[in-house]
Design a protein around this ligand. Structure first.
Ligand code: S3P
Length: 435
């Protein structure tokens, strides 16, 4: 479905950020293997989290989903089956486009006394799964996959898990979470060494559920634990809010308020990066909601400057690089994204996809295996751009339409529904034209 976006002369409005995708996946999965039942409010409206729910249901988990209050996400009730209660699925488990579903479910399925096959769409079937399969096999799980156990479909066929000491080769929250989940059911302690911090929603939520998961600097120690179901109010997704932040700071006459955004420090690197670029971003009404820090964010027209974004901040803004690249195009001077090789193995190769569409939009962008440099000129052109079957690429192109002097047509715009089905109608609410 192609969508054409043009921007208004004056961009004003208020958005309620949709429920966080990472927290929603975890709230559903962890409560499914907990004792007791739980209610999750403001659940992510995206297709990715729906894939997680369907997978859990096909293993016997009772999950009811109903609309939440106006403007907020659905309310989901989950009846936990306990740590060992999941039933053998009758069919193949389909993670759709969701890497979080695939990798976290791998940790949940590993070493269980059931047979299960887990797969997803063509993107999922091309993404690296050896990073989870190999340490889970070392822990004793019987897991098989294509290309020497590195690609989905993955088959899980039992095994006896034992604790391990493992140095993560990448700062990946999906990998870390997968191994923590296996560690909860392993014999003995599991100790994980991270190369850098990544989002810590798993550690926070499992602690709230009574698990023995302790983090000290970059080391995480997990002991076998049962979980108690816990109600979760999901904060707004900062990765979705980032699109409106960038719209607000790059449009020549803008002020956008984004309400209820989760600002967990392991997720909020985008705010630091934008401030480094001289963005006028203000946080208001900072509060704590169900163990996660939340704020309202105001983004106003800014005089942006180029910056270097590299090193330990990268995992804290990894999903925001495509939209930060749009901010970089609208800045004065060069912005260098370094140490971003993980972008090559996301829903699509996000370095190649960004270089492709931004070049077509008249922006000078260069890349190497692990970096991307955007030469900011203060403008971004219109045209027809391929959404690359990647929600964050398609939405970045949508924001380009909102701030460009010429219309932008996004081919395959429907992919936004992976994380943000309301994205295109929110653009209209802000005064943009969407046809
Ligand atoms: C996620 C972790 C990140 C991120 C993804 C969601 C999570 O992936 O890109 O969108 O919920 O744990 P990696 O952990 O592989 O970097």
């Amino acid at each position: 479905m192609p969508v054409t976006v043009s921007g208004p002369g004056r961009l004003r409005g208020e958005i309620i950020a949709p429920g966080d995708k990472s927290v929603s996946h975890r709230a559903a999965m962890f409560n499914a293997i907990a004792n007791g039942s739980a209610t999750v409010q403001n659940f992510s409206p995206g297709a990715d989290c729906a894939s997680t729910i369907e997978i859990l249901r096909s293993m016997g988990v009772e999950i009811d989903r109903e609309p939440g209050p106006d403007g907020y996400g659905d309310t989901v009730h989950i009846s936990g089956m306990g740590m060992h209660g999941l039933e053998e699925p009758g069919g193949i488990l389909d993670a759709g486009n969701s890497g979080t579903t695939t990798r976290l479910m791998s940790g949940i399925l590993a070493g269980r006394d059931i047979f299960a096959v887990l797969t997803g769409d063509p993107s999922i079937r091309s993404r690296p799964m050896g990073r989870v399969v190999s340490p889970l096999r070392e822990m004793g799980a019987e897991i098989f996959g294509r290309k020497g156990n590195t690609l989905a479909p993955l088959a899980f066929a039992g095994g006896n898990l034992k604790g391990t000491r493992y140095e993560l080769p990448v700062a990946s929250a999906q990998l870390k979470s997968s191994l923590i989940l296996a560690g909860l059911r392993a014999d003995g302690e599991t100790v994980l060494e991270q190369p850098a911090l990544s989002r810590d929603h798993t550690e926070r939520m499992l602690n709230a559920m009574g698990a023995s998961v302790t983090a000290s600097d970059l080391t995480i120690t997990v002991s076998p634990s049962d979980l108690d179901a816990v109600d979760v109010y999901v904060p707004g997704d900062i990765s979705s809010a980032a699109f409106w932040m960038v719209a607000g700071i790059t449009h020549p006459d803008a002020e956008i308020m984004i309400r209820g955004v989760g600002i967990n420090p392991t997720r909020a690197g985008v705010i630091d990066a934008l401030k480094l670029m001289n963005a006028d971003i203000a946080l208001e009404n900072e509060r704590e909601v169900a163990g996660e820090p939340v704020a309202d964010i105001i983004a106003r027209t800014s005089d942006l400057k180029g910056a270097v974004i590299s090193g330990d901040i990268v995992p804290l803004l990894i999903d925001e690089v495509p939209i930060l690249a749009v901010a970089a195009a609208m800045a004065e001077g060069e912005t260098r994204f370094e140490d971003v090789e993980e972008l090559r193995v996301k829903e699509t190769d996000r370095i190649a996809a960004s270089v492709d569409w931004m070049t077509a939009a008249g922006v000078t962008v260069e890349s190497t295996a692990d970096s991307m440099t955007v030469h900011g000129s203060g403008k971004i052109g219109g045209g027809t751009f391929n959404g690359h079957h990647d929600h964050r690429i398609a939405m970045s192109e949508g924001i380009a339409g909102l701030i460009s002097a010429s219309p932008v047509t996004i081919d395959g715009a429907e992919i936004a529904s992976i994380s943000y089905p309301e994205f295109w109608s929110e653009i209209s609410k802000l005064g943009g034209t969407v046809e």
